[in-house]
Design a binder for this molecule. Structure first.
Ligand code: PLP
Length: 395
């Protein structure tokens, strides 16, 4: 076991920050009441959840009544897509999403197809940016939902959500954005953006796992998917995750307070990494745009090598990264995101995502580049593909 332990997989999850942990602890022990209970224990918990709701609403310029706590991004995405589809099915059955959405959207859309909904996909360019003209051209009188992520979890592309929301509004269609990778990293003002719904998750921003929120603009009709008790103003059943919610709000507050500082620092690490890899490792392709991407994200395809073999070499050297998105890791399928960007299958197979965080250092970045150089050289020496094609310059 290598003793380096360098973590470059912040897009998969982040460590819980100390501030959030300290804020959460009492809610596991002394303040344990169920917020639904009609007694002092319950009221203390209600107070904590209300405060958290106020904090989160304020950060994204929403009203507290527009914040619904969930179990994370997956539930928020499911709720938005399914909830709108079911609420508006009498108006129409046509849904539009981007082809580079998270599985929480793509798989839900597939399930809705089985219920008789039709799904169209917006076109994206070679960097993953949505083609707005194409989007407008595929809207139909029966379109009821337009959904696009604010920033892609694999290649880091930041999407023109304000423009997408304006197109949706012009055509009277509900607009949703998955801000799981963006909330706490990019400044978000839901009113300025004009979206109707937005999902968020705590564990991407140094908060706890298993908690998030869905912003639902007041007045927007969305059917519940978790039916049960009266929680979340009758819209989402299930005993409230008080400690998780408290930790989420605290982590979001810290992330928002430090947003500019973190953006600048993490972008500096990423740029140093990208510059060095492009300069020093032959036959690599940076996936996603050079600018207009999340500060933490660098995604590369290494020609002639399987992504998994680089991942294992880096793991042996004590560096944690992921191949493709966290969720498709472990599968041998090429990345759906890279295929949508037009990459050939062999490059869509060979991608590695590096995602940096506020605790990483320049020394770690430099060590990673040196390790990659060695690993790539060694793996290519063993690759019959490289021997056959190695003299062809790849651009
Ligand atoms: N949406 C995006 C863009 C994500 O990156 C993720 C997690 O990787 C999710 C949704 C799912 O969020 P959660 O892990 O909170 O369920």
């Amino acid at each position: 076991m290598n003793n380096k332990n360098i973590y470059f997989d912040h897009a998969a999850t982040t460590p819980l920050c100390e501030e959030a942990l300290n804020k959460m602890i009492p809610y596991f022990t002394e303040v344990f009441g169920n917020p639904n209970s009609q007694h002092a224990f319950g009221r203390e918990s209600v107070k904590a959840v209300d405060e958290a709701r106020d904090t989160i609403a304020k950060i994204i310029n929403a009203k507290p009544s527009e914040i619904y706590f969930t179990s994370g991004g997956t539930e928020g995405d499911n709720w938005a897509l399914r909830g709108v589809a079911h609420a508006f099915k009498d108006k129409g059955k046509h849904l539009i999403i981007s082809p580079i959405e998270h599985a929480a959207m793509l798989v839900t859309a597939k399930a809705l197809k089985k219920e008789g909904f039709e799904v169209s996909y917006m076109k994206v360019d070679e960097y993953g940016v949505v083609d707005l003209e194409h989007l407008e051209s595929i809207i139909r009188p029966d379109t009821i939902f337009i959904g696009c992520m604010m920033a892609n979890n694999e290649v880091g592309t930041i999407e023109p959500i304000k423009e997408i929301a304006a197109i949706a509004k012009k055509h009277g269609v509900i607009c949703f954005t998955d801000a799981v990778q963006a909330a706490g990293v990019l400044k978000i003002d839901v009113k300025d953006l004009g979206v109707d719904l937005m999902s968020m998750s705590a564990h991407k921003i140094y908060g706890p796992k298993g908690v998030g929120a869905l912003y639902i603009r007041n007045g927007v009709k969305v059917e519940s998917i978790l039916t049960g008790g009266h929680q979340e103003r009758m819209k989402r059943g299930g005993t409230t995750n008080v400690a998780g919610i408290v930790g989420f709000a605290e982590a979001f507050k810290i992330a928002d307070r430090d947003i500019d500082k973190n953006f600048e620092y993490v972008s500096m690490l990423r740029d140093r990494f990208i510059d060095r890899v492009l300069e020093e490792v032959p036959f690599v392709k940076l996936n996603g745009p050079r600018t207009g991407r999340l500060p933490a994200n660098a995604d590369f395809s290494f020609k002639f090598i399987e992504g998994e073999s680089i991942l294992f070499s880096l793991d042996l050297a004590g560096i944690a990264v992921s191949s493709g998105s966290a969720c498709s890791s472990g599968s041998l399928e090429p990345s759906h995101v890279l295929l949508a960007l037009g990459l050939p299958e062999e490059l869509a197979h060979g991608s590695i995502r590096f995602s940096f965080g506020k605790h990483n250092t320049i020394e770690e970045v430099d060590y990673a580049v040196d390790t990659i150089k060695d690993a790539v050289k060694r793996l290519r020496e063993m690759s019959p593909l490289f021997k056959a094609e190695g003299d062809i310059k790849y651009v």
